[in-house]
Unconditional design. Structure first.
Length: 296
């Protein structure tokens, strides 16, 4: 079902079983896939793992202190009965939102599935456990560090990169708005977009591997959520097994911080977020410049 996206009736005919049997098997199997693989292939990162992700972005995408690329994907579904416009999105279709943080090698590290299609990416982030942990400072990110070769700029926080649909925060970088921008801002937008495209590519790889995403999913939203979670953890399983099979230990403490959030602190001030973005902007036009970035 995940690989083809065929209807339950088509699958039932192919395997000579009842439709009700398929309706029972698919949710049970995708739930078992998630439960068996999540601790090994998508456990919440520890501080050392966040640091390793940041090193990967600096090496492959020339964006230092980046702990992941963040974006949302709309998963098309058949409108559930009696839900009104909750799942109706800006494209005129009905969907659930998959919010994901991806590393430099296209692996998912944090996902949140089940946001209503009518909710913006920024709203989905605010309502998610990851967004609340990011705002409350409970993600166990590495301590602030100097940008490479720019000690005079002072320690900078580790950040996530996202598009203009997300808010600007101390640990969340978004591009400068507008079309006619000074050179330094255009360079920053280019460097940020270069790192952010990793998550877009990961969604593309996910859709090409699991053709379930190519069709309208005609099952209940809770089953859609389980299927999406299963495809994400299987995506990590295949990529990591192909690169370097290694067994990860379970990381219980960070996982608890995302699963059971109490009241969190208020967001950092906009002034601090602007200062951090300006520091990265100046760095990309000076010490951190690369030969292929805009020059005019």
């Amino acid at each position: 079902y995940l690989a083809t996206g065929d209807s339950f009736r088509t699958i039932a005919s192919s395997f000579r079983v009842g439709v009700s049997t398929v309706c029972k098997i698919v949710p049970d199997v995708v739930t078992a896939i998630w439960d068996c693989l999540v601790e090994e292939f998508m456990a919440v990162p520890s501080t050392d793992e966040w640091r390793s992700i940041a090193e990967g972005f600096e090496e492959r995408w020339n964006f230092p202190l980046c702990c992941g690329a963040l974006d949302g994907k709309h998963v098309l579904i058949k409108a559930p009965p009696n839900t009104g416009s909750q799942f109706h999105n800006y494209k005129g279709t009905f969907s659930l939102v998959l919010l994901a943080v991806v590393d430099a090698r296209y692996c998912f590290w944090v996902i949140d599935v089940g946001g209503y299609g009518r909710t913006s990416d920024g709203g989905t982030l605010a309502n998610s456990a990851f967004g609340q942990a990011l705002r409350g400072g409970t993600l166990h990110l590495p301590p602030d560090r100097h940008l490479p070769g720019a000690d005079h700029r002072g320690p900078q926080p580790h950040v996530f990169v996202a598009d203009e649909a997300f808010p600007l925060r101390k640990n969340l970088m978004r591009p400068f708005p507008g079309r006619t921008l000074p050179r330094e801002r255009r360079v920053f937008n280019y460097r940020l977009s270069r790192a952010r495209l990793v998550v877009e590519n990961a969604f593309g790889i996910l859709s090409s591997q699991w053709r379930m995403y190519h069709r309208l999913i005609e099952v209940q939203p809770d089953v859609v959520e389980r299927c999406v979670k299963a495809t994400c953890v299987l995506h990590n399983f295949m990529r990591r097994s192909a690169e370097a099979p290694a067994v990860r230990g379970a990381v219980q403490a960070p996982e608890d911080s995302l699963q059971s959030l109490g009241r969190v602190a208020a967001n950092n001030s906009a002034r601090e977020a602007i200062r951090v973005r300006d520091s990265f902007m100046a760095y990309f036009s000076a010490e951190g410049a690369v030969p292929w970035q805009p020059t005019e």
